[in-house]
Each structure stands twice: as structure tokens, then as C-alpha cells.
Ligand binder design. Structure first.
Ligand code: FAD
Length: 427
């Protein structure tokens, strides 16, 4: 007797929701994805596009507590705060900063490694046979340092990456210019990561193309606000939306930085904030980064070539989901880009603000709910959501359709934030 394939409702059509939808569809599930906007129009639209396969070191490294107050006062530092938001941010911030500890960083890195380390292969597999396949490009992720002393200041993070099994190369002197010809001579030292790294050209278009392939193969993409959850026999039985209810055997929450608000309606509380980030695109850019993505380490922003544009993206601003874009962060990105690439000329610039979904322990909320049968999570991926989206979706799809995959979701479960012992285990 064949088992009937499940129906699945997914809230959110970013890289998480669409990756999950495609993998489920390929396993035979009947899938509906709901988003209030176009697929790929949230954080997934304007990120730096880097498949950062070794991005396992969180923002909360040892020493951040000492540096942060000075950074907030320095208009050239990559950290911004809307001060009026501080009282609301405070409970989350205290928990977040409690992770600035070497041991906790190592635990976080260990749990992020399986999510990111095969990113290029996972994207190729996801996009195969769709119009999105052409957007997946292999290429190095290069960290550009003013000098070797500055680079040595990041030694802890590079040691953590090495301990997690990642390989990298140090490049100094004249070879720097050969690797990134357009880079200012001010940068004299590089760290170069190759294996499984790459760039997605125009990540928003990529997600939209994947969504179109999903729809063309019979999946449903619905434009509506998700307002809550349906209940059935003591389990979650689908989504309540502004366009009506969607009943389903399984429900996936992939609403990025907005997931906390949605889950509050069923009493699930996760410490999630928006780590606001920005990009500036230089249209008609006269120089580029080739196949590489280049991290400007003293500005904590990444430059990548996307068609005829150079996109420079990054920074962290705390200010919540509702405040409009601030004027200073994009100005800083422009200054950084022009200093790093002195030959850069362009016809116009485009600015963008996005919301990284940030948990307090820098790990995503991923996998089946321990408290609500039929409910699954795929959010909270901080700076690595594009990198890790396809694998996040594949393993959730395996779990829903095929039973348990050979993977332990324990470190990522939503309930880790409730019990002190499990929170410690998660780092
Ligand atoms: C400046 C910047 C640079 C970055 N660079 C990189 C990078 O180079 N590499 C990398 O791997 N990651 C990067 N990231 C992180 C990455 O973009 C995110 O982790 C990822 O896009 C999160 O994807 P998501 O699908 O969870 O969320 P989103 O893309 O935000 O999707 C969530 C969706 O849910 C929808 N939604 C929310 N609430 C509701 C509701 N109630 N009803 C209906 N729809 C709803 C939204 O409309 C949205 O479309 C960067 C982020 C920023 C901001």
C-alpha cells in the first residue's frame, strides 16, 4: 500500500520558504507557499549574495563587549543603533552579548558547520533544471585586510574556522593585486576561502525564479498576509491568512525576522530581533570583483559584482522591524566602497534596507516543533540565510515526507530558549 503524500503550508517565500517548497514538491508533497509580497522580496532580495561556506563565526566574538560602545560613537564603524529602540532591544541584547565567549563561539561554530559547509553543491542541486541555475557561480570569498597586524586581530575567528575543518590561504604583498586588481593598495593582506564558496547573482531574482519553477511544476504561491494558525485534533493544521484558511498536514514557519510576531499568536516565544543591514548598488560600475566576493574587513561589508552593478552590502543596525531606513549607514557603505575600489565609477546608486533574522545564540530555529505537532521552523539564519537555505529546506522536506533524516535537529529547536540546561548545550 502506498502512503498518501502530505499537504504542506509554508508561511514566507524567502530563500527558506522557497527552498523548502521545492524540495517538498520534488518528494511528492502538495505545497502552498504564502507571502504578503513577491517571493524573494524580504532579506533574501538584497543580501550580498555570498555562498559563505565557512561563515561559522558569529558576530558575538570575545572582545565585542569592549569594542561596541566605541563603535557606536564612530560614524565610520559598522555598528549602528536607533537609540529610541534601545529599551525594547535591551532584553534581547543582554542575552545576545552573553555569547561573547570563546567556548560558546566554538559551540555555535560546530553547530553552524553542517548547515553551511556544502553550500555550493546544495544550491546547484536546488536550482538544477530551473531558470535559476545560471545565477549560481563558484568563486572565492576573499577577506581584504589593511595589513597583517589587522589580520592577526581576527586570528581567533580563523582558528575557529580551521578547527571546524575549513581551509584558507594567506596572501600578502604583490599577489594581493593579482587576486583583486581593482582593490586599493591600502589593502595589503588577504585571506582566501575557496572550497564550496560562490556568489548568487541577484539573489532576489534567484528566489523569484525558483518560485516560478515551483509554480510551473504545480505548486501554489499565494499572495496574502499570514495572520495565525489553524488547529486540528490538537495539532497545527495549516495557516490562517487574509485570503482565507489553508488547511495542511504540516505547516512551516519561514517568515524570517517577522517569525517572532507570527508565533506569538500560539504562545511560542523566541528571542528574535532584526539585525538591520544595508546595501548600495553602483549601477554601471566600471570595476568589479570578478568571480570573487570581497569582504572589506575594516568596514564589515562585502562587495560583489552582479551584472553591470557592484553591490556592497553589510553593516549591523539595531532599530526593529518598523522604523524606516536610516540615512547614515548607506552613506558609510558608499564611502567604504569608494575607498576600497578607488577606480569605481558609476551612473547612479540604489540603496536597500533588509532585516536579518537574529536569534540570541546565533543559531537558527530549525526543524520540527517539540510542543506543536505538525509545526516546523525554518527561520533565524542571521548572516547566513542565503548560504544555508537549500540545506535547511532539504532536511525539513526529508523530515516531513520521509520520516526522520539522518540529522539531529536538537541544537536548533525553538524550545532551547526555555530551559537553562538546553540553552547551555546550544551555546
Ligand atoms: C545586508 C545583508 C547582507 C547579507 N548577506 C548575506 C550573504 O552574503 N550570504 C548569506 O548567506 N546571507 C546573507 N544575508 C542574510 C540573508 O539575507 C538572510 O539570512 C536570509 O535572506 C533570510 O531568509 P528568510 O527566507 O528566512 O527571510 P526573508 O527573505 O526575509 O523572507 C521572509 C518572508 O516572509 C514574509 N512574511 C513575513 N511575515 C509574513 C506574514 N505575516 N505573512 C506573509 N508573509 C510574511 C516576508 O514578506 C518575506 O518575504 C544578508 C542579509 C543582509 C540584510
Amino acid at each position: 500500500m502506498t502512503r498518501s503524500q502530505p499537504s504542506v503550508a509554508i508561511a514566507g517565500a524567502g530563500i527558506m520558504g522557497i527552498s523548502t517548497a521545492l524540495h517538498l514538491q520534488r518528494l511528492g508533497a502538495t505545497v502552498t507557499v504564502v507571502d504578503r509580497g513577491e517571493p524573494g522580496s524580504g532579506a533574501s532580495h538584497g543580501n550580498a549574495g555570498v555562498l559563505a561556506a565557512a561563515a561559522v563565526v558569529p558576530v558575538t566574538v570575545p572582545g565585542l563587549l569592549r569594542k561596541a560602545p566605541r563603535m557606536l560613537m564612530d560614524r565610520d564603524a559598522p555598528l549602528f543603533l536607533r537609540w529610541s529602540y534601545l529599551p525594547r532591544l535591551m532584553p534581547w541584547l543582554v542575552r545576545y552579548l552573553s555569547h561573547c565567549d570563546a567556548g560558546k563561539v566554538r559551540t555555535i561554530a560546530r553547530h553552524l558547520t553542517p548547515l553551511v559547509s556544502d553550500s555550493l553543491d546544495e544550491h546547484r542541486r536546488l536550482a538544477a533544471g530551473t531558470p535559476a541555475a545560471g545565477a549560481v557561480r563558484a568563486g572565492p570569498f576573499i577577506f581584504a585586510y589593511p595589513d597583517s597586524t589587522y589580520r592577526d586581530g581576527d586570528a581567533f575567528g580563523w582558528g575557529v574556522r580551521r578547527d571546524c575543518g575549513f581551509r584558507f590561504e594567506t596572501v600578502d604583498g604583490p599577489e594581493v593585486r593579482a587576486r583583486v586588481p581593482a582593490l586599493s593598495p591600502r589593502y595589503t593582506s588577504l585571506m582566501v576561502l575557496e572550497d564550496q564558496h560562490g556568489v548568487i547573482t541577484k539573489p532576489g531574482d534567484y528566489v523569484r525564479d525558483l518560485a516560478q519553477a515551483f509554480a510551473a511544476a504545480g505548486g501554489t504561491v499565494m499572495r496574502a498576509q499570514v495572520t495565525g494558525f489553524l488547529r486540528k485534533d490538537g495539532a497545527i493544521g495549516g495557516l490562517e491568512t487574509s485570503a482565507g484558511p489553508i488547511a495542511a498536514d504540516h505547516t512551516v514557519v519561514a517568515t524570517g525576522a517577522w517569525s517572532k510576531r507570527l508565533l506569538a499568536s500560539i504562545g511560542i516565544d523566541v528571542p528574535l530581533e532584526s539585525e538591520r543591514g544595508y546595501h548600495v548598488e553602483f549601477v554601471g560600475a566600471t570595476v568589479g570583483t570578478g568571480d570573487a566576493s570581497v569582504m572589506i574587513t575594516d568596514g564589515k561589508c562585502v562587495a560583489a559584482t552582479m551584472g553591470d552593478r557592484m553591490r556592497i552590502a553589510g553593516l549591523v543596525e539595531f532599530g526593529g522591524l518598523d522604523a524606516p531606513a536610516s540615512s547614515e549607514p548607506p552613506q558609510m557603505l558608499k564611502r567604504r566602497a569608494l575607498a576600497a575600489f578607488p577606480g569605481l565609477q558609476f551612473t547612479e546608486t540604489v540603496e536597500w534596507l533588509g532585516h536579518r533574522p537574529a536569534t540570541t545564540d546565533s543559531l537558527p530555529v530549525w526543524g520540527p516543533s517539540a510542543t506543536h505537532r505538525g509545526l516546523h521552523f525554518a527561520f533565524g539564519h542571521h548572516h547566513i540565510g542565503l548560504t544555508s537555505g537549500p540545506k535547511t529546506g532539504r532536511l525539513i522536506a526529508d523530515f516531513i515526507v520521509g520520516g526522520r533524516p539522518n540529522f539531529d535537529f536538537t541544537p536548533y529547536r525553538a524550545e532551547r530558549f526555555r530551559s537553562p540546561s538546553s540553552a547551555a548545550a546550544a551555546g
